[in-house]
Design a protein around this ligand. Sequence first.
Ligand SMILES: Nc1ncnc2c1ncn2[C@@H]1O[C@H](COP(=O)(O)OP(=O)(O)OP(=O)(O)O)[C@@H](O)[C@H]1O
Ligand SMILES: [Mg+2]
Length: 318
Amino acid sequence: MRVADPVAGHNDVVTQKARWFESPADPEKQLAAVGYLSDTATSTTTFLAGALEKPLLVEGPAGVGKTELAKAIARATGAGLVRLQCYEGLDEARALYEWNYKKQLLRIQAAGDQPWDETHDSIFTDEFLLTRPLLTAIRREEPTVLLVDEVDKTDVEVEGLLLEVLSDFQVTIPEMGTVVAVRRPLVVLTSNATRELSEAIKRRCLFLHIDYPDSEREREIVVSQVPDVEEDLAGQIVEVVAKLRGMELRKAPSIAETIDWARTLLALGTGTLDAAAIDQTLGVVLKHASDHDRAVRELRLRASTGPVTGRATGQGPR
Ligand SMILES: Nc1ncnc2c1ncn2[C@@H]1O[C@H](COP(=O)(O)OP(=O)(O)OP(=O)(O)O)[C@@H](O)[C@H]1O
Ligand SMILES: [Mg+2]
């Protein structure tokens, strides 16, 4: 229900409180129902983000499920997902709004002898406004999850913009006034920590660090994402991935790559992850030649003193 014109003095606006989750344990249950397996810390922090209406800053290595968490929250709660993908050079016009200059120009040309004041007033209206993700999320009246993805990739100036949005959930458009959220979105920011975010942003957010899950949890994730994979094979994949993560690689395999590996082996009809199978398919999980060489070397070394996995032959991969 619309309780106030969002383009108005914000004193007139009554923000509706959304109820996202029932209890700290509720997200874990609800997220699992939509295929996202979380732990207690993730569940509790997600609950608090909803209950306190505070943005959630999720940090961690690549491919551990940061972006997926925001998507899963939207799926679990039936909220709409609005995504702002951050990148170097992202600016206000792409993040917030911009005026549709071409359309404004056409309107000015078509106005003919109309007094300028009238023309001016008519071209700075909703009809000529191109809303970008931040403004879209603020204006939506339905429950919304706003995903600000890979926030560490933007320039520091964009943080200033985010601060206005994240502290007051409002956006000022000089020609129109202040747009205040009628219903605050649940905001999830993700970061790979390629650079330090400003203290001001951090202060406004709840912080969650997601790391690689333990083997048992990762096996569950693999089985839930690739239901046709044998539990035993999933266990072997996870075990080798854990070994790879223990090596000093340029890029350790992520959960996404573990899942890809399971899909690959399934497609090839491979039932056991032995040395030959690893050798054939290692490119699915390791994307640097140097990592590949190191892994083959180290796995062979370990294989000579014991099986690569519980079922491996003990033969070197080459
Ligand atoms: N807890 C989880 N439950 C279910 N699937 C998961 C989980 N974590 C990760 N995944 C799977 O891993 C994939 C990669 O996750 P996601 O894209 O969210 O990673 P990310 O942390 O955002 O990585 P990046 O930093 O590279 O953006 C997802 O598509 C999902 O299939
Ligand atoms: Mg991501």
